[in-house]
Design a protein around this ligand. Structure first.
Ligand SMILES: [Zn+2]
Length: 364
């Protein structure tokens, strides 16, 4: 059928039909469009049927076929669009059913500090009320700060390249093997005399500080060793500081860290930078001293090294050991973390498996 034979408004409606169809946002709109095109009364299709009835007899056959084709075309397109809109309505209904406004919203995943950092912060927090502040130093250190200033003999095995990472072609530059060079730096700073002839130590009357941080040693990676680990060291310098101050401070700190029942004991030991030197054990916080796997049935866990500052250490920093004295202590963060959280393998702390990091309840 020639479209030009149709009434103008039907021609126009047919041209716009695809756009009208696509513009139907819901089934109601589609039903209205359907009524306008193929409805029983007054629709475009009904009017074409009237035209057909009025047409001369010899044209009826051809005209009838054409009108039917057009009507079928409209009906099929309407049916397809109806299917699409019905599907969309079902989807919306399912969504509406699934959405319960009373349920709490899904919470975004929050970032958190690494368990080792949390433990280090906790250790620092224990000492803050005692007047300790935090001092920091570089991880790439000089031999002078890392060994010489700590009274470590020239032939000490720790100085060897089998134990220490040295920078190639940089004379005497290394990755610090402990946080003690921070103490050397601080001692030199507070021992240096200003324009008034007084040192910072003399002006302040004493200092107490912590040096938490990363250290490096040439250890093979295994369940209890890593070439990079963390330490928290502490130092106090003042007048008349003795072993009793050291013991009292650490006994208090262990109670703050492990609970009021924490008990400590000291054993004589040797470190080049302290005299006398001691190692401190804490009564196993897991079994309370009854004996377990972590304390190897001894009831005690070796936790830190400590001692009174060697007079040489003070003298090398320009501080008179006849006037000033002090103590130092250092503990391994990973070792403490493994003990507190009963983690048998150090490597878990560095592999960053979220499942492990999230369940480190023992370190909270
Ligand atoms: Zn135990």
């Amino acid at each position: 059928m020639e479209l030009s034979l149709l009434p103008n408004d039907i021609q126009e409606a047919h041209r716009d039909f695809p756009a009208s169809l696509a513009g139907c946002a819901d089934l109601d709109a589609l039903m209205r469009l359907k009524g306008a095109f193929v409805g029983r009364d007054g629709s475009h299709a009904a009017r074409l049927m009237d035209l057909l009835k009025a047409a001369p007899k010899e044209q009826k056959r051809e005209l009838g076929a054409a009108v039917n084709t057009l009507k079928q075309q409209w009906e099929e397109a309407l049916k397809t669009r109806q299917g699409e809109l019905e599907q969309a309505r079902q989807r919306d209904a399912a969504l509406a059913k699934a959405w319960d406004p009373d349920l709490p919203p899904p919470l975004p995943t929050r970032g958190a500090l690494h368990p080792l950092n949390r433990l280090m912060e906790r250790m620092v927090d224990v000492f803050r009320p005692l007047g300790y502040h935090v001092e920091e130093g570089p991880e790439a250190e000089t031999e002078a700060h890392n060994f010489d200033g700590l009274n470590i003999p020239q032939d000490h095995p720790a100085r060897g390249s089998a134990d220490t990472f040295y920078f190639k072609g940089q004379d005497g530059l290394l990755l610090r093997t402990h946080t003690s060079p921070v103490q050397v730096r601080v001692l030199r700073r507070i021992g240096a005399r200003g324009a008034d002839g007084l040192s910072e130590l003399e002006r302040s009357g004493g200092i107490r500080f912590l040096a938490p941080g990363r250290v490096y040693r040439k250890d093979e990676i295994d369940p209890t060793h890593s070439p990079m680990f963390h330490q928290v060291e502490g130092m106090i310098v003042g007048k008349g500081i003795g072993m009793h101050h050291l013991k009292g401070t650490l006994a208090y700190a262990m109670k703050a860290l492990f609970g009021p029942g924490a008990d400590v004991r000291f054993r004589p030991s040797y470190f080049p930078f302290v005299e006398p030197g001691a190692e401190m054990d804490v009564r196993c916080p897991l079994c309370g001293g009854a004996g377990c796997r972590v304390c190897k049935s001894s009831g005690w866990v070796e936790l830190l090294g400590a001692g009174l500052l060697h007079p040489n250490i003070l003298a090398m920093a320009g501080i008179d050991p006849a006037v000033w004295s002090g103590f130092a202590f250092g503990m391994g963060v990973e070792r403490t973390a493994m003990m507190v959280s009963q983690t048998p393998d150090l490597r878990l702390f560095f592999e960053n498996d979220q499942r492990f990091l999230k369940t480190m309840g023992g370190l909270d």
